[in-house]
Ligand binder design. Structure first.
Ligand code: ADP
Ligand code: MG
Length: 501
């Protein structure tokens, strides 16, 4: 059964039951009142008739005689007289019109009289159903002259009125119920409309293909059906919220997928160039060796082979570096790989500088570290890599003679490491995506021995793995990369437990 049918059945059934009970109680009460009134009237008539009867002698006391007397009986009155002398006689007043009352009297038959006598056998008041006449309320009273007077009034008036009342109630009830059914149906339909809208929206979304390609869920439950003030509207609003959420998740999933695809494409592209070089140089030297009769004795072949092998080695190194960087990035993406211990950042900077200095004697190197250690909880190897990457950049992307300053300081709750250089600054073309993977300046790209474009992406991933921040401020002659790492281990490693080795 649909909710609508069920609600309507319940409401209409219940209201009908109440109306039936009301009708029964009303008619019962009314019937009782009318019976009481009838009894009162009957009593009055009976006593009047007893008085009238006492004026007659038992021999002349017949119902017809008495009724023809001065007493003006009402229509429908039943009157029976039982006289010890003249016996039983009974009549019913059919009409009071005209002076000649006797013509308006209907004499009771013997069987009707027997029915009356039977009803009054053990009681003075009774309700009797008379053949051909219907139901009567009768009362028997003795008169002084030995005559017993039975007076009766018809009950069919009461029946008629009750029937009429019940008919009116029934008609009104049926009308009311029809009206109720209509109103209920409309109310339910209007109230349930938001649910229908929700169902329709959900079906449309379900029919949408969401498993591949660029997807977005534009379907929403109409605002009119998503009014959070009503219960059903609340469902609509909740569904809309859910759809918003799913849509955002789908978009970010899509974005992730695209980034991954781009990453793989970039990585493959990066690997292709050194691989092509390796193939080219190896083919070149092989051909030279094969074509020559006695290659070992020919110095120019040995020279060219040596130079080819050197290039092959350089390209292999470049590829190895690239693959190592990719592997590290993939591991950082996975969110593991950090081995925590307490590290002195100043010490780390000093080591980083002494590693970098010999590789670029034509740059001027400075270091500013405080006397006391600047400790952080972190992964020494990875943080070392951050320093190395930043110093390598300051060295490789600046001309000879540039001054590079490495400084470490404790600032509030943060350990701060800065790499400053007075070189030409970051290429504005890549400023916005400086920390993105494979983002490189033109100079770096053009140079055969240039970087992989992953250095800053790796540094950023490592610093963020330490809940820190890597930022850059750059203008020609003034470039600073700043690493900030919280020194509060709880903040630094909220979530994973650091082991203070
Ligand atoms: N100190 C710097 N001065 C000028 N440009 C820089 C500096 N550091 C980084 N860059 C620019 O940022 C780019 C990205 O750096 P990075 O991610 O380390 O890649 P890579 O060094 O392999 O090119 C570099 O190609 C370079 O153009
Ligand atoms: Mg670099």
């Amino acid at each position: 059964m649909s909710l609508q049918t069920r609600l309507m059945t319940a409401v209409i059934g219940f209201v009908s039951l109440i109306l039936i009970i009301v009708a029964v109680i009303t008619s019962a009460t009314l019937g009782k009142t009318m019976e009481d009134q009838l009894d009162q009237k009957l009593n009055t008539y009976a006593h009047q008739l007893v008085r009238v009867t006492q004026a007659f002698s038992p021999s002349s006391a017949t119902a017809q005689n008495i009724l023809a007397g001065p007493f003006a009986p009402p229509t429908g009155l039943l009157f029976v007289v039982s006289s010890p002398v003249s016996g039983y006689s009974g009549a019913i007043v059919e009409s009071t019109a005209g002076d000649e009352l006797s013509s308006g009297l209907q004499t009771l038959s013997g069987s009707q009289m027997i029915e009356i006598a039977a009803a009054l056998k053990d009681t003075s008041v009774a309700t009797v159903s008379l053949t051909d006449l219907g139901s009567y309320r009768i009362i028997a009273l003795p008169a002084d002259n030995g005559v017993i007077v039975v007076t009766g009034l018809p009950r069919d008036e009461i029946q008629n009125q009750l029937t009429q009342l019940l008919t009116v109630i029934a008609l009104a009830t049926i009308g009311g119920l029809i009206l109720l059914a209509l109103t209920t149906a409309i109310t339910i339909r209007v109230s349930l409309r938001p649910l229908r809208a929700v169902a329709m929206t959900a079906t449309r979304v379900a029919n949408q293909q969401l498993d591949r390609g660029e997807v977005s869920i534009t379907e929403r439950v109409p605002a009119a059906e998503a009014d959070p003030r009503t219960e059903t509207g609340l469902v609509g609003a909740a569904v809309n919220k859910l759809l918003d959420h799913v849509n955002t998740s789908l978009a970010s999933r899509q974005e992730n997928e695209e980034r991954m695809r781009r990453f793989v494409a970039d990585a493959s592209h990066e690997l292709r160039t050194p691989l092509a070089s390796i193939r080219g140089y190896s083919e070149l030297s092989l051909r030279a060796l094969r074509q020559a009769d006695a290659p070992v004795e020919r110095p120019e072949i040995i020279e060219s082979t040596t130079s080819s092998l050197e290039r092959i080695q350089a390209q292999s190194l470049r590829m190895t570096r690239l693959v190592e960087d990719l592997l590290l990035l993939a591991r950082l993406d996975e969110g593991r790989e950090l081995v925590y211990s307490t590290i002195d950042l100043a010490q780390l900077a000093l080591e980083g500088l002494s590693d970098a200095r010999p590789t670029a004697a034509d740059h001027h190197w400075h270091i500013e570290v405080p006397e006391e250690p600047v400790t952080v909880v972190g992964d020494a190897g990875r943080l070392h890599q951050v320093v190395a990457n930043l110093l390598a950049n300051a060295r490789t992307h600046t001309p000879a003679g540039t001054t590079i300053t490495l400084s470490v300081a404790q600032e509030g709750d943060e350990a701060v490491l800065r790499v400053h250089d007075d070189g030409p600054g970051i290429d504005p073309a890549i400023r916005d995506e400086l920390f993105a993977r494979f983002a490189r300046g033109d100079t770096s790209r053009a140079r055969q021995t240039g970087g992989t474009g992953l250095g800053l992406a790796i540094a950023k991933a490592i610093v963020e793995g330490h809940r820190g921040f890597l930022t850059v401020a750059s203008e020609p002659g003034d470039t600073t990369f700043t690493v900030r790492i919280p020194t509060n281990p709880a903040a630094a490693t909220a979530g994973d437990v650091p082991s203070e080795a």
